[in-house]
Design a protein. Structure first.
Length: 428
């Protein structure tokens, strides 16, 4: 099956498509309440002189969801067939309303598993939110199915808001998708994570929090009929990259053999005591797909104990891609000539180095960079965006995949790297 795209009717050729259908899954790129030519629409703005009447985030999300639902119907899905939603917001005061608005648009019985985190900056002035989605087709062979939860406690948002604003796990399209998980119970954050805890130095916090999350995710996977050995991709949102070495120690306890692909994204979390939030994708053992580790020849192996990429049926999940050779931090060929820092573009050099590696990984799995169906780009500085994008546009003949772009809150896992790509490819 070929990849099918849906585009905004007014978008220019350089504007990424809204979504791509690949098999039974639909990958929706970073959607903002934005017109691709004019920017933030007037109907999402509060009335002049009346700043306390109405909600900016409510207006922006209603505009976004309304347009998106119409577009998704053209590609065989809708807002009631979301398997996972990621939401990146710029204002903490928007969180409550952003969650409440979902009730008007999503499946009430099986709202999508969710990760909601903050970002310091989005690439369009005035946009307060960016979302990306993975959907299942309405006519999928393995349709969306809720997971009956037996061991995991209710999410704290049910008490805070009054109802469960997202599911803990959902199955569909041959996969299981979890929510972004943090060390909460039904009452809120665990006492050991709070500043008031009497023994603040008893635990390595990232290890304590990650263990709590992994135990919770093990329970969710068991309820879905699978285990950690079925996990193909893990997504960690973290507040401090200095915690990676501690994270890796615990990671190896849970994934000692054939670890999944992993991406670590430096962003603020919505609950201040939390320093890591973890979500995952696993193959559904009832379905036709099985997990296969991919290691491309000539591509540096990751420094952390993760797989370079994981193949599951017609999908390829890559670990976070930065311009590192695994020896020097930032690879020498991704840096300008010493003494002439203003005569080359580091963003372009890094993008070229990453694309070379991504192309090799895709080829090792039987596909190509032209079949990337989901792309999330993490920038340390959004001024690098046009430079890095020019490299991708040239490589892909002006046809970008669905894309989410935003600024991180600090350095990437390799400090001198200023770009990171989170990618999923299709294998036709």
């Amino acid at each position: 099956m070929d990849i099918t795209y849906v585009n905004h009717p007014d978008a220019t050729s350089e504007w990424p498509p809204i979504a791509a259908r690949a098999g039974d899954l639909i990958f929706v790129g970073g959607q903002m309440p934005v017109h691709p030519v004019t920017g933030i629409p007037a109907e999402t703005e509060l009335l002049q002189g009346m700043p306390y009447h109405g909600s900016s985030i409510e207006k922006q999300l209603r505009y976004l969801y309304g347009n998106l639902d119409d577009a998704l119907k053209n590609i065989g899905t809708d807002l009631k067939h979301i398997l996972k939603i990621n939401s990146f917001q710029t204002h903490t005061e928007d969180i409550d309303m952003a969650l409440r608005v979902r009730r008007d648009w999503f499946d009430g019985e099986n709202p999508p598993p969710s990760t909601l985190v903050m970002t310091p900056e989005l690439p369009v002035k005035g946009a307060r939110v960016l979302i990306d989605l993975i959907n299942v087709a309405i006519d999928a062979e393995m349709p969306m199915e809720g997971v009956s939860i037996s061991s995991s406690p209710a999410i704290a948002q049910a008490k805070a808001i009054g109802w469960a604003v997202y599911s803990q796990a959902i199955k569909g399209g041959g996969f299981v998708f979890s929510r972004g998980t943090s060390p909460h119970n039904a009452q809120g954050p665990l006492p050991e994570t709070l500043p008031e805890y009497a023994f603040p130095y008893r635990y390595d916090q990232v290890q304590f929090q990650f263990r709590c999350e992994m135990e919770r995710l093990k329970d969710l996977l068991a309820d879905a009929g699978c285990s950690l050995s079925d996990v193909v991709r893990v997504e960690c949102h973290m507040t401090n990259m200095e915690d990676i070495s501690s994270l890796d120690e615990v990671w190896e306890e849970y994934f000692p053999i054939d670890p999944p692909a992993r991406v670590i994204i430096p962003v603020p979390l919505v609950s201040p005591p939390m320093i890591i939030e973890t979500g995952l994708i696993a193959v559904d053992p009832r379905g036709p797909y099985r997990k296969k580790i991919i290691q491309a020849e000539g591509v540096p192996a990751p420094r952390s104990p993760v797989s370079q990429a994981v193949k599951a049926g017609p999908y390829l999940f890559l670990s976070g891609q930065m311009a590192t050779d695994g020896i020097n931090g930032l690879a020498p060929e991704a840096q300008g000539e010493e003494g002439f820092p203003f005569h080359t573009s580091n963003a372009k050099l890094q993008a070229k180095y990453i694309l070379k590696n991504v192309d090799a990984i895709c080829r090792a799995a039987g596909t190509s960079v032209n079949s990337i169906v989901r792309r999330q780009v993490h920038y340390v500085d959004l001024r690098d965006m046009p430079k890095a994008e020019s490299v991708w546009l040239q490589q892909l003949n002006n046809k970008l995949p669905p894309t989410s772009s935003f600024r991180t809150s600090g350095p990437l896992p390799i400090p001198k790297c200023t770009l990171q790509y989170d990618l999923i490819a299709y294998i036709p």
